[in-house]
Design a protein around this ligand. Structure first.
Ligand code: GRF
Length: 213
């Protein structure tokens, strides 16, 4: 069974979706460690409540991104981690982490990549006027919000959506596609061919994309 380490910075609702999947048996993984760069992250309490070990590694204690990643890698290795899930983690990762876990680092982004990379993706989508928004789970590479896409899910943008209402509906999609993508990676069912990720066996059944009215 795969051993997962989760990197968080905030509320940890994606972490919770993973922990719930582990608890109900739908996600055949062990979450061995949750690391936060922010001591106040609510995600830490979620981990503790599920009996998962936590570590706080404040990024400000390190002279560079690489040095910070080195400390994170050391903690992940000590916990026996073989898959790393970034879940609302607000730091850019470096090759120090990526080389330690090649093709084994996942991220979730609240937009249909390659649109709306970076911060405030939901606001960017609303301001652009898209009719369909969504979320993407991708393998992490050295460029921001760029690596090969594993799963995406879509939601319709409602005429009266605000950044908050849209973010909430997108988050609900993240909570479905992130555990599903993690499961595929954990089961060794992803085959990466350049930018394209093929899924061996049956693809997970996900809600169909919605068409905006
Ligand atoms: C999610 O929308 C994720 O896509 C983005 O940050 C948010 C984290 O939410 N990167 P949570 O901490 O998992 O609740």
């Amino acid at each position: 069974m795969a051993t997962v380490g989760v990197l968080v910075s905030g509320s940890g609702s994606n972490l919770q979706a993973m922990l719930d999947g582990v608890a109900d048996g739908s996600l055949p993984c062990r979450v061995a460690l949750v690391i936060s760069n922010r001591p106040a992250a609510a995600a830490l309490a979620r981990a503790a409540a599920a009996g998962v070990a936590t570590r706080i590694v404040p990024h400000g204690d390190f002279p560079s991104r690489e040095a910070f990643d080195g400390a994170v890698v050391e903690a992940l290795r000590a916990a026996g981690v073989d898959i790393v899930a970034l879940a609302g983690f607000d730091r850019l990762v470096t090759p120090v982490l990526l080389r330690a876990f090649p093709s084994r680092v996942l991220n979730v982004h609240p937009a249909l990549l390659p649109a709306f990379k970076g911060l405030h993706a939901q606001r960017q989508a609303l301001e652009y006027g898209v009719r369909i928004a969504g979320a993407t789970v991708h393998l992490v590479d050295e460029a921001m919000d760029h690596g090969p896409i594993v799963l995406q899910g879509a939601v319709a943008v409602a005429p009266d959506d605000t950044e908050e209402t849209l973010a909430r509906r997108i988050l609900a999609v993240e909570h479905v596609i992130y555990p599903a993508a993690l499961r595929l990676l954990a089961e060794g069912r992803l085959e990466v061919d350049g930018r394209r990720v093929r899924i061996r066996g049956d693809a997970p059944s996900l809600p169909p994309p919605l068409i905006a009215s």
